[in-house]
Design a protein around this ligand. Structure first.
Ligand code: PHE
Length: 360
């Protein structure tokens, strides 16, 4: 059988030239595959004379073995090269320092806002919002605080600047979250049940006062809401928030222009051993102002006071956060001290919910 040397040279060159495993597989199929050139020659042996067949068969087998061996050797070489390449490209410096763990934590004020949103949400209150820069109409007039009213002075208001030739009353940094009552009722009408947590501003600064602090407003308007509903709602909230089996609230008659009657609410507590305990003891701590929404306030927001009535309250968020988590100084809330945040902060992925436990 002639031409075996040519075949051998052809396939050994092709094997040597294959640049990857799939090119090599093509060479194998062309030579040794079912329809390959060598296989075809093998098949033709049957038509040969017996003596010729013997010699040709031996030579063909030899050629087949040689090509097969070259294929295997090349395949191993390619696999090694591929591994080398991977080792080179996927090189990893295991002596590098690990990635730092996230340092951030949730501020107690944010935590408490989430907690109270969960509790009031469970009672059917939606969250409403309003701007921190408010017109004096929303912050005062609509809440039954006319321009000459002494309550305007009591609020230690920050005023925004106006151009010298602008006679309109200046905007203010809202002094309480009560203007959100007006905005929510105007937008939604009655019946309505909302809370409005957010920042408020007053010119005041000592261990228990900061010029910016947080309040949560509550508002429930329907056909026959009374002070009894207010009392139940607040007791229910305090029990859930402070995570104690029972709380006692004391309603003290008070005065706000936007509620009638009005009450300030204290919670029973004890300071025994310098440790604050909610729900027991001989001390009382004021936590909020409240009352039945004044008919003039309903009217200012487009709600008919002959048909609708309800309660409102405004609670200091920083104050109840200090009480619940034993934080002694309000000013630390706003100092962005990382050591303080690590101590009093909360894990970022622990969202407070009622079934899961608020602060666990
Ligand atoms: N806005 C009052 C304050 O800032 C609190 C309050 C809200 C009182 C709603 C009664 C009703 O002190």
């Amino acid at each position: 059988m002639d031409g075996l040397d040519t075949l051998k040279a052809k396939y050994l060159t092709a094997v040597a030239g294959a640049s990857d495993e799939s090119a090599l597989e093509e060479v194998r199929l062309a030579a040794l595959g079912k329809k390959g050139e060598i296989s075809a020659l093998m098949a033709s042996l049957g038509k040969m004379e017996p003596e010729v067949r013997k010699a040709a068969g031996a030579n063909l087998n030899l050629l087949k073995d040689e090509i097969d061996a070259a294929l295997r050797a090349k395949k191993a070489g390619l696999a090694d090269a591929a591994l080398d390449e991977r080792l080179r490209s996927e090189w990893l410096d295991v002596t590098l320092p690990g990635r730092p763990r996230p340092q951030g934590s949730i501020h107690p004020v944010s935590q408490v806002m989430e907690e109270l949103t969960a509790i009031f949400g469970d009672m059917g209150f939606a969250v409403a919002e309003g701007p921190q820069i408010e017109s004096d109409w929303y912050n005062f007039d609509a809440l039954n605080i006319p321009p000459e009213h002494p309550a305007r002075q009591e609020h230690d208001t920050f005023f925004m600047a106006r151009a010298a030739d602008d006679a309109r009353p200046p905007h203010v940094l809202r002094t309480h979250t009560s203007p959100v009552q007006i905005r929510a009722m105007t937008a939604q009408g009655a019946p309505i049940r909302v809370i409005a947590p957010g920042r408020v501003y007053r010119m005041d600064m000592d261990q228990t006062h900061a010029p910016m602090f947080h309040q949560v407003e509550g508002l429930a308007i329907d056909r026959d809401i009374s002070m009894a509903n207010l009392k139940w709602t607040l007791e229910e909230f305090c029990r859930a928030f402070f995570e104690v089996p029972s709380v006692e609230l004391r309603f003290r008659a008070s005065h706000f222009p936007f509620t009638e009657p009005s009450a300030e609410v204290d919670i029973r507590c004890s300071w025994e051993g310098g440790q604050l305990k909610i729900g027991q003891g001989d001390s009382w701590l004021e936590i909020l102002g409240s009352g039945m929404v004044h008919p003039k306030v309903l009217a200012a927001a487009g709600v008919d006071p002959a048909k609708w009535q309800g309660f409102a309250f405004g609670m200091g968020i920083d104050r109840i956060a200090m009480l619940k988590y034993g934080i002694p100084d309000l000013r630390a809330f706003f100092e962005s001290d990382l050591r303080w945040l690590r101590h009093y902060g909360f894990a970022a992925l622990d969202m407070p919910d009622l079934p899961g436990g608020l602060s666990s």
